[in-house]
Design a protein around this ligand. Structure first.
Ligand code: ADP
Ligand code: ZN
Length: 722
């Protein structure tokens, strides 16, 4: 009998993980007990370990069914890197390669065999497998078996025969799709016997969600990208033309980006995908055609430049960020027009029932965009779960990046009465123009500059008024009707006009973003420079071995190394995500790089870390990490003011953080915080007066240069002298 503790030993030995993630333990127990199961975990929840870890521990070989070759390849690469024998059989393979795998199966050399679903059409193949000792059968992406899921695959229907063909072997289904309908369909279609159903939390605490109305796509996208320099980012656009256009613009601005959509040749698409996965480029601009079968664990941001058609889609697409459990950002830029586009597409849906389901999903998505509640909560509520606590600390609402307006009633009344004055015969743009007091010819010709509501909101930009109109539509006080989306006041809108209800309006978009606690936590104690150095080393190794970078080591493992700074193989093995085989294979190279870096930067090694490194997966820790977060932001060249806002600390405190950052990194340049001329003037004075005390230096400079600038310059000067 294989026990859970044996599986745990394997988890440490092969993957380098000390503990199971939530639900993994129970999922593995069902495997060990031989009871069929359905495991529902969100993307990044760690589903693969649920069958891989028991597969290496149990006698015999596990069968894994997976819908896509790219997914299989990726998992097999990862397993091989960990020192586990795994291979695949699919229809695209040359016969010679397939024969070699079959030989490995016969010789009992494999712990896991990945098989494409269509292979089970062959009776010969099934009887071949029946001669082998099978430990368990895992069905990955099991929702593909259901017509109610979003990726129905007819080949998956054949998998129902597995239960009969392999009596005595338990079958385990894994999916990220949560609906009840899909779940029961999985059980029925796969002929599962009294399956244990395990459903994990759908919250992804490491993702920071932001939603903004689209005002300037390029600029808004760049704002996000600039927070993720040299990191992997997926940008989704609704239409192919938008993909090409946005991608070209980004390339012109110097970003390393590739396009991806169904209009490209299969070859070009593959090249684009490979470039993204091997990190030859940072950014992929794509339609939703991209992503299925992408296991890349270190995507640090997913940007939507348009509203998806349902929260299921949004959850799935945005869920491709941060699979490694480290912080990642999901930003959505939408406009009311997106709703219109989807609605007109849905109008062509044949069956009434399908159309009304699709429409209610679209409305759910729209509510999310216009809503003002915590994004994490809104998402899990939609999937029928709830969230603990009141502030998630990881969405624009909870971070206080968007706030509701005082005086919303009055503003709403101005807008609604303008709609009434316009006899409900104009759209949102026109109404906003009238309210802003625009001198547009059309307005003057119609005499709408004579209306009592003309120019009532001229004190805010027109785009803000436009935004508020959209919010009122979102909350059902206004309605867009007809082909031209003319605004109409609804019944509840009239109640606003009578002062009986008060709508919520969001303040004009605030430029700055705050650092979420998840980000601060996962950088705790991590030396950024070292992390970057290790990333380059990883990229080189991945290129040499032609595997994706994250297969060599995950970002989480690299951060662990840059935090612990191990001096020996033994301490390297303490880093989460470093298993024995990888330590043997790459250990020396990484240890050399770490010790070189630490020598050059006078850093101590084998740092004792708090017994528990903050883990984003175990809920939200409460350590105050403002200093670390600030260091990370300075590393990205942010100004003192920006950092002060981001970490919500006083200017003087942040200057102190900057000085400690300069000391730690040994910086010899004061820019961008002090300009060159100022720095030179300070250096001259310090040369004659010494670096202490500051008072005389300040006075010698005529009192023109703030103390902060002097402190920063002195820190840099000291580094230069060393
Ligand atoms: P899913 O298939 O559910 O999307 P994966 O199996 O790809 O998730 O796992 C997501 C990430 O979590 C991977 O980088 C994986 O190595 C990591 N992971 C899985 N189990 C653990 C664990 N017990 N401890 C730490 N990290 C884990
Ligand atoms: Zn929140």
């Amino acid at each position: 009998m294989t026990t859970l503790s044996e599986v745990k030993t394997a988890l440490k030995k092969y993957w380098g993980y000390d503990e199971f993630l939530p639900l993994q333990e129970r999922a593995i127990e069902s495997v060990l007990r031989g009871r069929d199961s359905i495991v529902v975990l969100p993307t990044g929840g760690g589903k693969s370990i649920c069958f891989q870890a028991p597969a290496v521990t149990l006698p015999g070989m596990a069968i894994v069914v997976s819908p896509l070759i790219s997914l299989m390849k990726d998992q097999i690469d990862s397993l091989t890197e960990c020192g586990i024998r795994a291979a695949r059989i699919d229809s695209s393979q040359p016969a010679s390669e397939r024969d070699r795998v079959i030989e490995q199966v016969i010789n009992r050399e494999l712990k896991l065999l990945y098989i494409a679903p269509e292979r089970f059409a062959s009776d010969g193949f099934i009887s071949f497998l029946r001669r082998v000792d099978i430990s368990l059968i895992a069905i990955d992406e099991a929702h593909c078996v259901s017509m109610w899921g979003h990726d129905f695959r007819p080949e998956y229907r054949r998998l129902g025969r597995l239960k009969e063909s392999f009596p005595g072997v338990s079958v385990h289904a894994y999916t990220a799709t949560a609906t009840e309908h899909v779940r029961s369909d999985i059980a029925v279609q796969l002929h599962l016997k009294d399956p244990e159903v395990l459903i994990g939390s759908f919250d992804r605490p490491n993702l920071v969600y932001r939603v903004k109305r689209r005002t300037n796509t390029l600029q808004q996208v760049r704002d996000v990208l600039d927070r993720h320099r040299n990191e992997s980012v997926i940008i989704y656009c609704i239409r192919r033309a938008d993909v090409d256009e946005l991608c070209a613009k980004l390339i012109r601005k110097g970003y390393r980006a590739v396009p991806y959509h169904a209009g490209m040749s299969a070859e070009d698409r593959k090249a684009a995908q490979d470039a993204f996965i091997t990190e030859e480029v940072d950014i992929i601009v794509a339609t939703v055609a991209f992503g299925m079968g992408i296991d890349k664990s270190n995507v640090r941001a997913v940007i939507h430049t348009g509203m998806p058609k349902s929260l299921e889609h949004y959850q799935q697409e945005s869920g491709r960020a941060g699979r490694d459990g480290l912080e990642a950002e999901c930003s959505l830029f939408w406009s009311g027009g997106d709703y219109g586009i989807w609605k007109s597409i849905l109008a062509n849906t044949e069956s009434d029932q399908a159309r009304s389901i699709a429409l209610s999903k679209l409305n759910g998505m729209y509510d999310y965009c216009t809503g003002l509640t915590c994004r994490h909560r809104a998402l899990v509520n939609y999937f029928g779960q709830d969230l603990e606590g009141t502030n998630c600390g990881a969405c624009d609402v909870c971070l206080g990046e968007i706030a509701s307006m005082d005086g919303a009633l009055e503003i709403a009344q101005k807008i609604l009465s303008c709609v009434v004055r316009l006899h409900e015969r104009f759209g949102a743009d026109y109404t906003a123009a009238v309210l802003s007091g625009s001198r547009d010819k059309r307005i003057l010709e119609r005499g709408h500059d004579e209306l009592s509501t003309y120019g009532l909101l001229s004190d805010v930009p027109k785009s803000t008024t436009r935004d508020w109109i959209e919010q009122l539509v979102g909350q059902g006080y206004l309605e867009k009707v007809g082909e031209y989306n003319l605004l109409q006041v609804t019944e509840s809108g009239w109640r606003v006009l009578h002062g009986e209800v008060v709508p919520t309006l969001i303040k004009p978009a605030d430029k700055h973003v705050r650092v979420s606690k998840v980000a601060a936590d996962s950088w705790e104690g991590v030396d950024h420079g070292l992390f970057e150095a290790l990333r380059s080393l990883r990229r080189e190794l991945a290129m040499q071995r032609s595997v994706p970078a994250y297969v060599v080591f995950s970002d989480a493992a690299l951060r662990g190394m840059a935090r612990l700074r191990p001096a020996s193989v033994d301490s390297l093995l303490h880093v989460s995500g470093v298993g024995r085989v990888k330590a043997e294979q790459y250990g020396d190279l990484f240890l050399d790089e770490i010790s070189r870096y630490c020598r050059e930067h006078a850093l101590s090694m084998d740092v004792a870390v708090p017994h528990r490194v903050p883990s984003l997966r175990k809920g939200r820790s409460t350590l105050n990490m403002a200093r670390q977060a600030a260091h990370g932001l300075f590393a990205r060249g942010m100004s003192i003011d920006e950092v002060a806002r981001a970490v919500e600390r006083a200017h003087s405190t942040v200057v102190e953080y900057l000085v400690s950052y300069i000391n730690k990194e040994g910086l010899t340049e004061a820019s961008p915080w002090v300009d060159e001329r100022t720095y030179d003037r300070i250096a001259d004075v310090v040369a004659s007066l010494g670096s202490e005390p500051l008072g005389p230096i300040y006075r010698a400079l005529g009192g023109e240069i703030p103390y902060d600038q002097i402190k920063i310059s002195i820190a840099v000067l000291k580094n230069r002298q060393q």
